[in-house]
Ligand binder design. Structure first.
Ligand SMILES: [Zn+2]
Length: 443
C-alpha cells in the first residue's frame, strides 16, 4: 500500500454504529468508509471526516448495522401469501400448497414471485437471503439483476417437481448452475434436499458426494414437527437427524432448518458435527409445528441463524419482526428472561446467518475488508423515544417501516425507503394480477 490510498467512495456517519463483531458493542461518534464495495475504514467521526471521500453522508438518529440475513425461505411462494392459512403442516402442504404449485408454478411465476420477495426483503433491511424453490436458475437471474445477495439452494425431492422430472435431473441442473455461478460475487449455490421424508438414502448419498466434491453447502428442512420424527422412528427405528449423521451429511456445511425436536443425542450430534440450525419461529408458530430450543442450542455452542420461511406460511418476509418473535419465544421456551438478549438476537439475524452459509469472512458484521452490506434504521421517531440502548430499541420497539437506507456490496438499493433499482408500483400490480388469476381458480 502506498501512503496515499485512493479516496473512499462513501463515508457514512450514523448516530450509532453496531458492528455486531466485536459482540455487544455500540459505537457513537463513529464513521464507516467504503471503497469499491468493501468496508475500508471504521473509526472515530473526527478521523473519518479527515479522509478523502467522494461522498460523505450524515445519518442523524440512525443506527447502522450489517444487513439482515434471512437464512431460510421460498421466495416465489410470496405469490401464495395468504392462500391457505390456519392449517397443520401436512394438510397445508398436501391439500393446498402442492396442488397449487402443480397448477401455477412455471418460470414466469418464479420470476415474478422472486422479484416480489426481493423487493419486500430489501425494504425490510435484508441484504442476503437463502432461497429454496423451483426453477432456481430463474431465481438466480432475479438476484443477479436486483443487486441483492443470496444463497440459492437447488430443490431436490424423490418425485418430479416443476422444472425437473427426477432427483437426478435436479442434481444435474444444480451442478451446472453451481459451475455457472462459481465466481459470482453475490450468489452462492447450494444443494437443497427438501426434507428427510421426501428424499431417500440413495439420493441423499448422491447429494453428499457431490456437495463434498464441490465444497458446496446442504440446506434441508429437518425435524420440522414431532410427527416427522415420530413417523420416522415408527417406520425405521431411527430419528431423521441420526439418519443424516449416519449418511455423513452433517457438518459445518450443513444447514438444518427448523429443528423443533431435539433430544440429547440430537444435540450431541449437532455439536460434534458443527452443523448450523436455521430457526423459523413464526412459521413454526403458525403451523403449530413446535419450538426450536434456541437458548439450549446457543449455550451448547451450536450456530443458530434465523429465517422467515416462505410467505405462504408466515405470512411476511419481515426478518426484523421475526427476530423480535425469536427473542420473545426463546425466553418463553427456556423459562428465562435472560435468554437470547437483544444483542445476541441481532447477531443471530446477521453474523450467524453468514456463518451458516459459509460467508462469515465476507458478510454478517461491519469489519474492515468485508463487503459493505449495511442497513440504516431510523430510530428518531416518536415510538422509539427515548433511546437508552439502541440495540434493545431496534429489536423490541422497532418495525421494518423504520428501515431507511440499505446497501449491498456498497451499492445503495434502498434510499430513503425507496427501491433504487426496482419499480414498486409495477411489482405490486404484477402480484395483484397473479392473485386474481390464482384466486379465480382456487377451490
Ligand atoms: Zn421452508
Amino acid at each position: 500500500m502506498t501512503a496515499t490510498a485512493a479516496p473512499l467512495d462513501l463515508v457514512l456517519l450514523p448516530t450509532w454504529l453496531v458492528p455486531v463483531e466485536p459482540a455487544g458493542v455500540v459505537l457513537k461518534e463513529h464513521g464507516v468508509g467504503i471503497r469499491e464495495g468493501r468496508i475500508a475504514f471504521i473509526g472515530p467521526r473526527a478521523a473519518a471526516l479527515k479522509l478523502a471521500a467522494t461522498e460523505v453522508r450524515e445519518l442523524p438518529g440512525m443506527l447502522l448495522s450489517p444487513g439482515l440475513i434471512n437464512a431460510h425461505g421460498h421466495a416465489a411462494m410470496s405469490l401464495f401469501r395468504g392462500l391457505a392459512d390456519d392449517l397443520p403442516l401436512m394438510t397445508w402442504l398436501e391439500k393446498h400448497i402442492w396442488p397449487a404449485e402443480a397448477k401455477w408454478v412455471d418460470e414466469a411465476f418464479v420470476r415474478d414471485g422472486t422479484d416480489l420477495a426481493i423487493a419486500e426483503q430489501l425494504k425490510g433491511g435484508i441484504t442476503c437471503f437463502s432461497d429454496m424453490y423451483f426453477y432456481p436458475k430463474v431465481a438466480s437471474d432475479c438476484v443477479h439483476n436486483s443487486g441483492m445477495r443470496a444463497q440459492i439452494a437447488i430443490p431436490i425431492l424423490d418425485f418430479p417437481i416443476p422444472g425437473a422430472s427426477s432427483a437426478d435431473e435436479a442434481i444435474r441442473q444444480g451442478v451446472e448452475l453451481f459451475g455457472d455461478l462459481k465466481h459470482h460475487p453475490r450468489i452462492k449455490v447450494t444443494f437443497g434436499p427438501h426434507a428427510p421424508y421426501t428424499v431417500c438414502d440413495a439420493n441423499l448419498e448422491k447429494i453428499r458426494v457431490i456437495a463434498e466434491e464441490l465444497d458446496a453447502a446442504i440446506h434441508m428442512h429437518v425435524h420440522e414437527t414431532a410427527f416427522e420424527v415420530q413417523q420416522a422412528v415408527e417406520q425405521t427405528g431411527e430419528r431423521p437427524l441420526a439418519r443424516l449423521g449416519r449418511l455423513g451429511l452433517l457438518g459445518p456445511r450443513f444447514q438444518a432448518v427448523h429443528m423443533t425436536q431435539i433430544s440429547e443425542d440430537d444435540l450431541a450430534l449437532l455439536v460434534e458435527s458443527n452443523t448450523s440450525v436455521i430457526h423459523c419461529p413464526e412459521s413454526n408458530l403458525k403451523l403449530a409445528s413446535g419450538f426450536c430450543p434456541v437458548e439450549r442450542l446457543w449455550q451448547a455452542g451450536v450456530n443458530v441463524a434465523i429465517g422467515t420461511d416462505g410467505a405462504a406460511s408466515n405470512n411476511d418476509l419481515d426478518l426484523l419482526g421475526e427476530t423480535r418473535t425469536a427473542a420473545m419465544l426463546a425466553k418463553a421456551v427456556a423459562g428465562s428472561a435472560t435468554a437470547l438478549d437483544a444483542h445476541r438476537a441481532l447477531r443471530m439475524a446477521t453474523l450467524n446467518g453468514a456463518r451458516a452459509m459459509g460467508l462469515e469472512s465476507e458478510i454478517g458484521s461491519l469489519e474492515v475488508g468485508k463487503a459493505a452490506d449495511m442497513v440504516a434504521f431510523d430510530l428518531s421517531g416518536l415510538a422509539q423515544q427515548p433511546v437508552y440502548d439502541p440495540v434493545s430499541q431496534l429489536i423490541y420497539a422497532t418495525g421494518r417501516d423504520c428501515v431507511k437506507h440499505l446497501w449491498v456490496a456498497g451499492k445503495q438499493l434502498l434510499d430513503d425507503r425507496q427501491l433504487t433499482r426496482m419499480d414498486e408500483q409495477q411489482l405490486t400490480a404484477t402480484a395483484m394480477a397473479w392473485g386474481k388469476r390464482i384466486s379465480g381458480h382456487h377451490e
